[in-house]
Design a binder for this molecule. Sequence first.
Ligand code: SF4
Length: 186
Amino acid sequence: MDTQLLPDNLLTTQLKKIVNWSRRSSLWPMPFATACCGIELMATASSRFDLARFGAEAMRFSPRQSDLMIVAGRVTTKMMPVLQHIYQQMTEPKWVISMGACASTGGVFDAYATIQGIDQFMPVDVYVPGCPPRPETLIEGIMAIQRIVDEDGLPKGPRRPLQLAVEPTYKPVPQPVPVPLTVGGR
Ligand code: SF4
Protein backbone atom coordinates (compact mmCIF):
# COMPACT_ATOMS: atom_id res chain seq x y z
CA MET A 1 0.00 0.00 0.00
CA ASP A 2 1.41 3.41 -0.93
CA THR A 3 0.32 5.47 2.05
CA GLN A 4 2.09 8.55 0.67
CA LEU A 5 -0.80 8.95 -1.78
CA LEU A 6 -3.37 9.25 0.99
CA PRO A 7 -4.43 12.76 2.05
CA ASP A 8 -3.67 13.60 5.69
CA ASN A 9 -6.58 13.33 8.10
CA LEU A 10 -7.14 11.59 11.41
CA LEU A 11 -7.97 8.22 9.90
CA THR A 12 -5.24 8.07 7.24
CA THR A 13 -2.56 9.41 9.62
CA GLN A 14 -3.32 6.57 12.01
CA LEU A 15 -3.29 4.15 9.06
CA LYS A 16 0.14 5.43 7.98
CA LYS A 17 1.44 4.91 11.50
CA ILE A 18 0.21 1.32 11.52
CA VAL A 19 1.72 0.61 8.08
CA ASN A 20 5.06 2.17 9.06
CA TRP A 21 5.07 0.28 12.35
CA SER A 22 4.43 -2.97 10.48
CA ARG A 23 7.21 -2.24 7.98
CA ARG A 24 9.79 -1.25 10.55
CA SER A 25 8.99 -4.27 12.70
CA SER A 26 9.34 -6.82 9.92
CA LEU A 27 12.29 -5.83 7.75
CA TRP A 28 13.37 -8.72 5.55
CA PRO A 29 17.06 -8.38 4.76
CA MET A 30 18.67 -9.51 1.52
CA PRO A 31 22.29 -10.29 2.44
CA PHE A 32 24.91 -9.54 -0.21
CA ALA A 33 27.94 -10.72 1.70
CA THR A 34 31.14 -11.02 -0.29
CA ALA A 35 33.89 -10.99 2.33
CA CYS A 36 34.79 -10.90 6.02
CA CYS A 37 32.01 -8.42 6.91
CA GLY A 38 29.61 -11.24 6.02
CA ILE A 39 30.82 -13.18 9.04
CA GLU A 40 29.83 -10.28 11.30
CA LEU A 41 26.48 -10.18 9.51
CA MET A 42 25.97 -13.88 10.31
CA ALA A 43 26.99 -13.27 13.92
CA THR A 44 24.41 -10.47 14.16
CA ALA A 45 21.64 -12.90 13.27
CA SER A 46 22.89 -15.56 15.67
CA SER A 47 21.64 -16.15 19.20
CA ARG A 48 24.32 -14.04 20.93
CA PHE A 49 23.18 -10.79 19.33
CA ASP A 50 19.69 -11.92 18.34
CA LEU A 51 18.59 -9.69 15.50
CA ALA A 52 15.11 -11.18 16.00
CA ARG A 53 14.65 -8.63 18.78
CA PHE A 54 14.32 -6.04 16.01
CA GLY A 55 12.18 -8.19 13.71
CA ALA A 56 14.87 -8.33 11.01
CA GLU A 57 16.30 -11.81 11.41
CA ALA A 58 14.51 -13.46 8.48
CA MET A 59 17.24 -13.24 5.83
CA ARG A 60 15.71 -13.86 2.44
CA PHE A 61 17.82 -15.15 -0.40
CA SER A 62 15.10 -14.22 -2.85
CA PRO A 63 15.16 -10.51 -3.70
CA ARG A 64 11.43 -10.46 -4.43
CA GLN A 65 10.75 -11.21 -0.77
CA SER A 66 13.21 -8.65 0.60
CA ASP A 67 13.05 -4.95 1.39
CA LEU A 68 16.42 -4.30 3.04
CA MET A 69 19.65 -4.97 1.17
CA ILE A 70 22.77 -5.32 3.32
CA VAL A 71 25.95 -5.08 1.26
CA ALA A 72 28.69 -6.57 3.44
CA GLY A 73 32.16 -6.67 1.94
CA ARG A 74 34.01 -5.43 -1.09
CA VAL A 75 32.31 -5.26 -4.47
CA THR A 76 34.25 -5.57 -7.70
CA THR A 77 33.36 -4.03 -11.05
CA LYS A 78 32.35 -7.49 -12.25
CA MET A 79 30.03 -7.99 -9.27
CA MET A 80 28.34 -4.59 -9.43
CA PRO A 81 25.92 -5.44 -12.32
CA VAL A 82 24.81 -8.52 -10.35
CA LEU A 83 24.26 -6.41 -7.23
CA GLN A 84 22.25 -3.87 -9.23
CA HIS A 85 20.18 -6.64 -10.79
CA ILE A 86 19.30 -8.04 -7.36
CA TYR A 87 18.49 -4.54 -6.10
CA GLN A 88 16.14 -3.95 -9.02
CA GLN A 89 14.28 -7.20 -8.30
CA MET A 90 13.58 -6.27 -4.67
CA THR A 91 10.14 -5.09 -3.67
CA GLU A 92 9.32 -1.40 -3.13
CA PRO A 93 9.79 0.39 -0.83
CA LYS A 94 13.33 -0.83 -0.21
CA TRP A 95 16.35 0.35 1.71
CA VAL A 96 20.09 -0.28 1.47
CA ILE A 97 22.76 -0.59 4.17
CA SER A 98 26.40 -0.32 3.14
CA MET A 99 28.21 -2.35 5.79
CA GLY A 100 31.92 -1.83 6.42
CA ALA A 101 34.71 0.23 4.95
CA CYS A 102 35.02 -1.87 1.78
CA ALA A 103 31.40 -1.49 0.68
CA SER A 104 31.34 2.23 1.54
CA THR A 105 34.77 3.32 0.26
CA GLY A 106 36.69 0.37 -1.13
CA GLY A 107 38.53 0.12 2.19
CA VAL A 108 42.14 -0.94 1.91
CA PHE A 109 41.53 -2.28 -1.59
CA ASP A 110 42.73 0.78 -3.45
CA ALA A 111 42.61 -0.96 -6.81
CA TYR A 112 40.94 -0.41 -10.17
CA ALA A 113 38.90 -3.63 -9.90
CA THR A 114 37.28 -2.73 -6.56
CA ILE A 115 34.34 -0.34 -6.44
CA GLN A 116 35.44 2.62 -4.30
CA GLY A 117 32.02 3.05 -2.68
CA ILE A 118 28.85 1.35 -3.87
CA ASP A 119 26.93 4.62 -3.59
CA GLN A 120 28.50 5.65 -6.89
CA PHE A 121 26.26 3.14 -8.60
CA MET A 122 23.22 2.56 -6.38
CA PRO A 123 21.33 4.32 -3.57
CA VAL A 124 22.52 3.82 0.00
CA ASP A 125 20.41 4.85 3.02
CA VAL A 126 22.71 4.00 5.93
CA TYR A 127 26.48 3.52 6.13
CA VAL A 128 27.77 1.24 8.88
CA PRO A 129 31.42 2.14 9.66
CA GLY A 130 34.17 -0.26 10.68
CA CYS A 131 36.52 -2.94 9.42
CA PRO A 132 34.70 -5.07 10.26
CA PRO A 133 31.79 -3.38 12.04
CA ARG A 134 30.81 -5.19 15.20
CA PRO A 135 27.33 -6.76 15.30
CA GLU A 136 26.19 -3.98 17.67
CA THR A 137 27.18 -1.43 15.01
CA LEU A 138 25.15 -3.23 12.37
CA ILE A 139 22.21 -3.38 14.76
CA GLU A 140 22.49 0.39 15.18
CA GLY A 141 22.45 0.69 11.37
CA ILE A 142 19.27 -1.40 11.20
CA MET A 143 17.74 0.76 13.93
CA ALA A 144 18.63 3.81 11.81
CA ILE A 145 16.66 2.26 8.94
CA GLN A 146 13.77 1.71 11.35
CA ARG A 147 13.89 5.39 12.29
CA ILE A 148 13.72 6.33 8.59
CA VAL A 149 10.70 4.04 8.15
CA ASP A 150 9.10 5.54 11.27
CA GLU A 151 9.49 9.08 9.90
CA ASP A 152 7.97 8.69 6.48
CA GLY A 153 7.92 5.03 5.56
CA LEU A 154 9.91 5.60 2.40
CA PRO A 155 13.64 5.75 1.58
CA LYS A 156 15.23 9.11 2.35
CA GLY A 157 16.16 11.74 -0.19
CA PRO A 158 16.17 11.57 -3.98
CA ARG A 159 17.03 8.09 -5.20
CA ARG A 160 20.09 8.08 -7.40
CA PRO A 161 19.27 6.38 -10.70
CA LEU A 162 21.17 3.18 -11.27
CA GLN A 163 24.16 3.57 -13.52
CA LEU A 164 24.11 0.24 -15.20
CA ALA A 165 27.18 0.64 -17.38
CA VAL A 166 29.98 0.22 -14.91
CA GLU A 167 33.27 1.65 -16.08
CA PRO A 168 36.19 1.83 -13.67
CA THR A 169 37.07 5.52 -13.54
CA TYR A 170 39.08 5.42 -10.37
CA LYS A 171 42.86 5.96 -10.49
CA PRO A 172 44.75 4.20 -7.68
CA VAL A 173 46.98 6.42 -5.56
CA PRO A 174 50.66 5.91 -6.48
CA GLN A 175 52.92 4.12 -4.04
CA PRO A 176 54.19 6.60 -1.42
CA VAL A 177 57.54 4.82 -1.27
CA PRO A 178 59.36 3.65 -4.40
CA VAL A 179 59.38 -0.11 -4.74
CA PRO A 180 62.98 -1.42 -4.95
CA LEU A 181 63.69 -3.24 -8.18
CA THR A 182 66.19 -5.60 -6.58
CA VAL A 183 65.44 -8.17 -3.90
CA GLY A 184 67.90 -9.01 -1.09
CA GLY A 185 70.51 -6.51 -2.27
CA ARG A 186 71.17 -8.40 -5.51
S1 SF4 B 1 35.60 -3.71 5.70
FE1 SF4 B 1 37.22 -4.99 6.61
S2 SF4 B 1 36.11 -6.75 7.47
FE2 SF4 B 1 34.72 -5.76 5.99
S3 SF4 B 1 35.05 -6.82 4.04
FE3 SF4 B 1 36.43 -5.06 4.09
S4 SF4 B 1 38.37 -5.87 4.88
FE4 SF4 B 1 36.76 -7.36 5.40
